[in-house]
Design a protein around this ligand. Structure first.
Ligand SMILES: [Zn+2]
Length: 501
C-alpha cells in the first residue's frame, strides 16, 4: 500500500478574492478533490491530513507544513498530494529544496492535480519549475500592491494603524483621522511640562505610576481595545516605563504631524521587521490637531539631544549640565562631589587642572543673569507687577484649585471606566456619569484657561520678572548657551559667558 498525506492550505489571498462565490480554493473543496483522487486508486491509503489556514505561501511559519516535512523525513509517507504546486509553496527555493531534492532523497513522490505536477514524471520537471516561478511572481505582485496601497494612504496623510497613539482617538467619522482624547492628552501635556522642569524619564514614569494613571497599554484596554499584547503580566500591572515616556516626548504626532512607514518587513518572503532609514519615512505635516505646541516640542528635543545625565540621587538635571567648558582645552567640565563641596573640573589629564566650586559659579551666574534682567526689563511693567502681586497670588491660588479639581475629575472618569469594565455600571449609568463629569471637567478647564490667560498678562513668558533667587537648569538653559572657565592665574579667573541672545 502507498501511504498518502494530503496538504491543504487556505491563504489570505484567497480570502480577499473579489468573487467570493468562487470558493474552489476553500479547504473543503481542496479536501474533496484530493479524497476523490485517492478513492480512484485502490493501492492508496490516506494516513494523514495537513492543513494550514490563513498562512501565506511564502511565510516560513506554517506549522502543518513543518509537520508534513517531518513525517516525510521519517518515512511515514510515500506520496504527498496537493491541489496545486502553489498550495505546497509559492517559493521557488522551497520547491527546489523539497520537490527536486529532499523528496528524491527520501523516496517521496509529489503529485498536484490542478497543474499536473508529478515528480515521478521526469519530463514534468521543467513545467513544475516554470509553475513555481510564475507562482512566486504572483506573490511578489500581491505584496507590492499592498505595500504601494499603504504608501499612497500614508503619503496622503491618512492614519493607517488600527490603534491611535496615546493622547489621540481614531475619529468615528473617518477611521484614517486622529482626534484628541480629552483625558490622555492632559497627561501628554504633563509629561512635556515635567520634562522641561528637568525631570528624567524615570522620574516622570514613577510619578504617573504613583498617581495611578493607567499606562498607555492599560488605558487602551480600559477604552475597550481588544489588542492582544504579548506579556505575561495582567494588563493592570503594566506600568509607565521610562521608554514609554521617551516615546511620547519624541513623537511628532503630538505637534500634528504624521510620521509613518518607519518600519517594514524585509520582503514578501522574509517577515522580519526592520527600521527604515529616516529619509524614507513618510511624513505629512498638520494632519490633525496638535496637543503640544511646536516651541515646546523643539525645546524638549534639544534637551534630549544634550543627553544631560541626571544626578543619581534626585534625578534632576543640574543647573550647568553640558554648559560649562574649560577655557584652555575646551573640554566639557564635569561635576564631582568632595565631602564638603561640589565642583566642576576639567577632566582632560593634559590640562592645567581647571576647577571651580559649583556654588561659587552658581552665585556668579545668578548675579549676571539678574543684572541682565534688571538692565533690560521694563521698569514700569515691573512696578505694576509688584503692585498687583496680591491679586496675582489670588489668581494663582484659584488656578491651583482648578487644576486639582480637573485632576480629580479625570481620576473619577478613570474609575468610571473601570467600574463599567467590571460591569458594576449599566450602559445608561456609565453614559450619564461620564457625560456629567466630562461636562463639569470641561467647565473647569475653560475657567482654568481663562485664569491662565489672566496670569500670563501679569507674567509675560520671557521669565525676566524679578530677581531669581536660585538657579535651575531651565533658567540657565533659557539664558546661556555656553560658559568657558579658566584656571586661576595671579588670583584672576576668566569666565566667558556665551549668551543665548
Ligand atoms: Zn582643560
Amino acid at each position: 500500500m502507498i501511504k498518502v498525506g494530503i496538504y491543504l492550505r487556505l491563504s489570505k489571498e484567497d480570502k480577499d478574492k473579489i468573487n467570493i462565490e468562487d470558493n474552489s480554493e476553500s479547504i473543503k473543496n481542496q479536501r474533496h478533490l484530493l479524497l476523490d483522487y485517492i478513492s480512484k486508486h485502490q493501492d492508496y491509503i490516506l494516513v494523514n491530513e495537513y492543513c494550514d489556514e490563513d498562512l501565506s505561501g511564502a511565510g516560513t511559519y506554517r506549522p502543518e507544513f513543518t509537520r508534513l516535512i517531518k513525517d516525510c523525513e521519517n518515512h511515514k509517507l510515500d506520496l504527498v498530494l496537493c491541489k496545486s504546486q502553489s498550495r505546497f509553496s509559492r517559493d521557488m527555493e522551497v520547491i527546489e529544496k523539497y520537490l527536486h531534492n529532499k523528496f528524491n532523497e527520501w523516496h517521496i513522490r509529489f503529485i498536484s492535480l490542478a497543474d499536473n505536477a508529478d515528480t515521478n514524471n521526469l519530463g514534468n520537471k521543467k513545467a513544475r519549475q516554470i509553475n513555481g516561478l510564475v507562482n512566486e511572481w504572483y506573490l511578489e505582485d500581491i505584496s507590492n500592491n499592498i505595500r504601494s496601497a499603504f504608501n499612497i494612504k500614508m503619503k496622503q496623510g491618512e492614519y493607517i494603524s488600527p490603534f491611535a497613539p496615546y493622547g489621540y482617538e481614531i475619529s468615528s467619522k473617518d477611521n484614517n483621522k486622529l482626534i484628541i482624547d480629552p483625558i490622555a492628552s492632559y497627561i501628554v501635556k504633563d509629561i512635556y511640562t515635567f520634562y522641561l522642569k528637568g525631570y528624567s524619564y524615570t522620574k516622570i514614569a514613577n510619578y504617573l505610576n504613583n498617581k495611578n494613571i493607567p499606562s498607555p497599554s492599560y488605558y487602551k484596554y480600559l477604552k475597550g481595545s481588544k489588542l492582544n499584547i504579548i506579556s505575561n503580566k495582567p494588563r493592570k500591572d503594566i506600568l509607565w516605563s521610562p521608554n514609554a515616556i521617551k516615546h511620547i516626548l519624541t513623537n511628532e504626532i503630538y505637534i500634528g504631524n504624521l510620521v509613518q512607514g518607519k518600519r517594514t518587513t524585509i520582503s514578501y518572503k522574509n517577515h522580519k521587521i526592520i527600521t527604515k532609514e529616516q529619509s524614507k519615512w513618510i511624513k505629512s505635516l498638520n494632519t490633525h490637531e496638535p496637543i503640544i505646541n511646536k516651541d515646546t516640542f523643539t525645546k524638549v528635543q534639544e534637551l534630549i539631544k544634550q543627553k544631560a545625565r541626571p544626578l543619581k540621587n534626585n534625578k534632576i538635571i543640574h543647573s550647568f549640565s553640558h554648559k560649562v567648558y574649560c577655557l584652555h582645552c575646551h573640554h566639557l567640565m564635569r561635576k564631582k562631589n568632595s565631602h564638603t563641596h561640589e565642583y566642576l573640573f576639567c577632566p582632560n589629564p593634559n590640562c592645567s587642572n581647571t576647577s571651580i566650586r559649583y556654588d561659587t559659579l552658581e552665585q556668579i551666574i545668578l548675579s549676571k543673569i539678574n543684572n541682565l534682567v534688571k538692565k533690560y526689563y521694563n521698569k514700569d511693567l515691573l512696578n505694576k507687577y509688584l503692585n498687583n502681586q496680591d491679586q496675582l497670588n489670588n489668581l494663582i491660588k484659584e488656578q491651583k484649585d482648578l487644576e486639582t479639581k480637573i485632576i480629580n475629575h479625570q481620576n473619577i472618569l478613570f474609575s468610571i471606566y473601570e467600574d463599567r469594565l467590571n460591569k458594576l455600571l449599566t450602559t445608561t449609568e456609565f453614559k450619564d456619569l461620564t457625560t456629567n463629569y466630562q461636562k463639569r471637567k470641561t467647565i473647569y478647564q475653560k475657567q482654568l484657561n481663562q485664569i491662565t490667560k489672566q496670569i500670563s498678562l501679569y507674567n509675560p513668558p520671557s521669565l525676566n520678572f524679578k530677581s531669581f533667587t536660585k538657579l535651575n537648569y531651565l533658567i540657565t538653559n533659557e539664558f546661556i548657551s555656553k560658559i568657558f572657565i579658566s584656571s586661576i592665574k595671579n588670583q584672576v579667573r576668566t569666565i566667558n559667558i556665551i549668551w543665548n541672545f
